[in-house]
Design a protein. Structure first.
Length: 269
């Protein structure tokens, strides 16, 4: 519904959302287990079939966005391990390979994906949710943080050089569930009794992937990050954007994560 504007760029493709749930159900209000839990079963197979994905982790669950034109490849790739459903008029209807078999062509194996630089700022982050009925109480603060807060100019970092800080704020509203990622200093500006987090109240550190805009066409970026973390049983939230990808990992595991990803960089050369 947004009018065309010189200030807005819109990707040509239409994207569809995949949500992975257990036994066809998702417990209400459950906290996300992280992208690494679906790295081997979903993300890696799609990367092998040259399917580009955008990843969005939220407080409640994880979402994988794929291009609509890639749906036949996605279904054929995942049907062996998953029961796949599509939503029609609010109802979940089973999808079979026969539904998308016409014209299906298995893509050619992709060349080895580009290894992008990875940076780790010192900023500590919180992953939070808020009850929808309390959202008006923090609306003014949200607007201030999103549009009017001072943006620090950050210098360019290189592998092995941690950025001192990074400006990052993510807000998602999906089917009534709200998920927020903000740095620990910004969290102090909000009423503490309205922001909900896990019982441990853990803090997260970020690894940022990319040295220049990643765009939407490249595949395998999420798999490159998620697979080594999954092998080490390290949970992570993952948020894809046009410019960079971002993986949030528990603060106490950041040193191991950097070591794993540095080894990935070196082995890929």
């Amino acid at each position: 519904e947004l009018p065309p504007s010189e200030f807005m760029q819109v990707a040509d493709s239409t994207w569809l959302v995949l949500s992975v749930v257990s036994n066809g159900r998702e417990a209400p209000g459950c906290q996300a287990t992280g992208v690494t839990k679906i790295a081997r079963s979903v993300i890696a197979p799609l990367a092998e079939h040259h399917v580009s994905v955008l990843m969005l982790s939220t407080y409640q669950t994880d979402f994988i966005l794929v291009r609509e034109r890639d749906l036949p490849v996605v279904i054929h790739t995942l049907a062996g391990e998953f029961d796949i459903y599509k939503e029609e008029s609010g109802e979940c209807v089973p999808v079979t390979c026969d539904d998308v078999s016409n014209g299906f062509l298995k893509p050619k194996p992709a060349a080895s994906p580009t290894l992008h630089p990875v940076q780790s700022p010192q900023t500590r982050f919180c992953v939070l949710t808020v009850a929808p009925d309390t959202l008006p109480a923090i609306a003014t603060m949200l607007i201030d943080v999103l549009f009017y807060s001072h943006r620090r100019v950050l210098g360019k970092g290189t592998w092995g050089q941690d950025l001192d800080s990074i400006t990052f704020f993510s807000f998602s509203l999906i089917e009534g569930y709200i998920s927020i990622v903000m740095d620990a200093e910004t969290q102090k500006r909000f009423p503490s009794d309205l922001l909900l987090t896990s019982s441990t109240g853990e803090l997260w550190r970020m690894v940022r992937i990319g040295g220049q805009p990643l765009g939407f066409d490249e595949c395998g970026i999420v798999a490159q990050i998620a697979e080594p973390l999954a092998a080490a049983d390290i949970s992570a939230y993952y948020i894809s954007t046009f410019n960079f990808d971002h993986a949030l990992v528990p603060e106490e595991g950041i040193a191991e994560v950097i070591q794993l990803l540095q080894q990935r960089q070196e082995s890929g050369r």
